[in-house]
Write a protein of this length. Structure first.
Length: 255
């Protein structure tokens, strides 16, 4: 039996009165990796923002169910504590807040939400060492303030490190490959692959097929002008790489 983790039905969303999402339908089961591709302005980042509860966006129609609960009724912080993680396209720096304190506060907030015992300082440092190795992250970086002075690749690697620490049920990677060189891309993708289990799922949002050489999707969706116009297997990403997105106008106009 399929274990539905996320179910989106007829989702419409707008910002400043302009409709961006125009009827999204998407079902993600536990154990799956879904790739969402599409040109600039198609609504990819809007979808991720709506799922994590960014207040800049207004949902005007539709439903989103996560683990059987109404996701849209949940506060952003509760969505995170319930196991939804977003890796940002442009991670921000937080000067004066150490990675250790930041991550321990986040991990314990999640554990408290689930009614679990808070992690001790000793066990937390052990956990940090294990997860740091997973994403090949230098110990010097975890000893600094959050993302302060990090290169673009180090910030993205730090996002996957945070993902490893929080162990989410649903990870949304919003153009994590943006600005990465091949080595950084491989390290980030390897971290994502190592964290995959039969109990969690990942949504990978990307422009390019190259990330999908490393993170193998089960399903590829094409988001175009606010709607998913095509869904297929990994071969769809290769087709998009060859043809671009212009041919999708016919697909959309046929809906």
């Amino acid at each position: 039996m399929e274990n539905i983790l996320l179910e989106i039905k007829n989702l419409h969303a707008s910002i400043d009165g302009k409709e961006i999402l125009k009827g999204i339908d998407l079902t993600v089961n536990a154990g799956e990796v879904h790739a969402i591709m599409g040109p600039n302005g198609s609504g990819k980042s809007t979808l991720s923002s709506v799922l994590v509860g960014n207040p800049a966006f207004t949902v005007t129609e539709g439903t989103v169910t996560y683990k059987g609960a109404d996701l849209l009724a949940m506060a952003p912080e509760d969505r995170s504590r319930a196991g939804i993680f977003l890796s940002f396209q442009y991670p921000v720096e937080i000067p004066g807040v150490s990675m250790v304190n930041f991550m321990r506060a986040a991990v314990n907030a999640h554990r408290e939400y689930r009614g679990e015992e808070l992690v001790s300082a000793t066990n937390f440092l052990k956990m940090m060492r294990e997860k740091r190795e997973l994403v090949e992250m230098d110990s010097k970086l975890t000893g600094r303030s959050v993302n302060e002075g990090f290169s673009g690749g180090e910030k993205k690697r730090n996002e996957i490190f945070q993902m490893a620490m929080l162990n989410p049920s649903l990870s949304i990677l919003d153009e994590t490959d943006s600005g990465l060189d091949i080595d950084a891309l491989r390290i980030v993708a390897n971290g994502v692959n190592k964290l995959k289990t039969s109990e969690n799922a990942t949504i990978v949002i990307t422009h390019y097929q190259r990330l999908l050489d490393y993170i193998k999707p089960d399903v590829v969706h094409v988001l175009y002008k606010g709607r998913i116009v095509k869904t297929a297997g990994p071969e769809l990403a290769l087709e998009l790489e060859q043809k671009g997105y212009d041919w999708l106008k016919e697909e959309r106009d046929g809906l």
